[in-house]
Design a protein around this ligand. Structure first.
Ligand code: ADP
Ligand code: MG
Length: 252
């Protein structure tokens, strides 16, 4: 088991946002988290990452067999948790290039290594772009591609993607999906996959290119349904979130 969340309840700014959350993700599995705006999807990510504003009121988060519920974000990242943020902050005075060097364990005064230079090009970032301050004045699509590039520098064992496809045009969604598949070991045979992931997507479009093993619907801070991603997405498209969680399959 890569990640195990047991009976988790989380409070943000004095408000109980998540409750009774149970979720287990094995090595090699990709899970999808769906749900309406405000359901608590980003809160779950930021809690797993250990952001201080997100207070665990009950339950535990176990990563690779170790209880990380009370560890700092730095310690969690060191253990192999990575994230692409929905709305990452701009970092003035830090160039994309320098951040990539830090994330890939390179010395700052050395040129960016070949692997990262090639990946930057593949994700359509030229040298001028790499000199820009992180996220400062980036378009929506540039923010998303930059987040994925940073993950490729880190190569974490467990990755959470918060709406990597929102605001990205169709052509670039396929480009991003290709890299997501590499980050999630999808280029390896099922038995050889070690990485795991949790993917938030609003419209599910990216699932046409990234295979998911399980889907979960988060409603009002609770996991209301879990099951086969394709079936659940079909139901959401037909019935909406509310109709989907009221269906017989979930309640049987
Ligand atoms: P989702 O990602 O599913 O759209 P969020 O996790 O962002 O939902 O938000 C869930 C609820 O928690 C919302 O009601 C939101 O306003 C509240 N919330 C999240 N983060 C904060 C915060 N830092 N301060 C106050 N309320 C927050
Ligand atoms: Mg969100």
């Amino acid at each position: 088991m890569l990640l195990e969340i047991k009976d988790l309840a989380v409070e943000v700014e004095g408000k109980l946002v998540l409750k009774d959350i149970d979720l287990s993700i094995k090595e090699g599995e990709t899970h999808v988290l769906l749900g309406p705006n405000g359901a608590g999807k980003s809160t779950l990510f930021l809690t797993i990452l250990g952001f201080p504003n997100y207070k665990v009121k009950n339950g535990s988060i176990i990563f690779k067999g170790e209880d990380i519920t009370n560890l700092s974000t730095t310690e969690r990242v060191k253990r192999g948790i990575g994230v692409s943020f929905q709305h990452p902050p701009a970092i003035r005075g830090v160039s994309v290039r320098d951040l990539l060097k830090l994330e890939s364990g390179q010395e700052i005064d050395q040129p960016l290594n070949e692997r990262m230079s090639e990946l930057s090009e593949k994700l359509k970032f030229n040298e001028d772009f790499l000199s820009r301050d992180v996220n400062l004045g980036f378009s929506g699509g540039e923010v998303k591609r930059s987040e994925i590039l940073q993950l490729l520098a880190q190569m974490p064992d467990f990755i959470m993607f918060d709406e990597p496809d929102s605001g990205v045009d169709i052509e670039n969604v396929e480009l991003l999906a290709e890299e997501l598949n590499i980050l999630l070991d999808k280029d390896k045979k099922p038995g050889m996959r070690k990485k795991g992931g949790l993917l938030i997507t609003h419209l599910g479009y990216i699932l046409n290119f990234v295979d998911a093993d399980w889907a979960h619907i988060l409603m009002d801070g609770k996991i209301a349904c879990s099951g086969n991603p394709k079936e659940i997405l079909d139901d959401i498209r037909k019935e909406g979130f509310k109709g989907c969680v009221e269906c017989a399959r979930c309640n049987s």
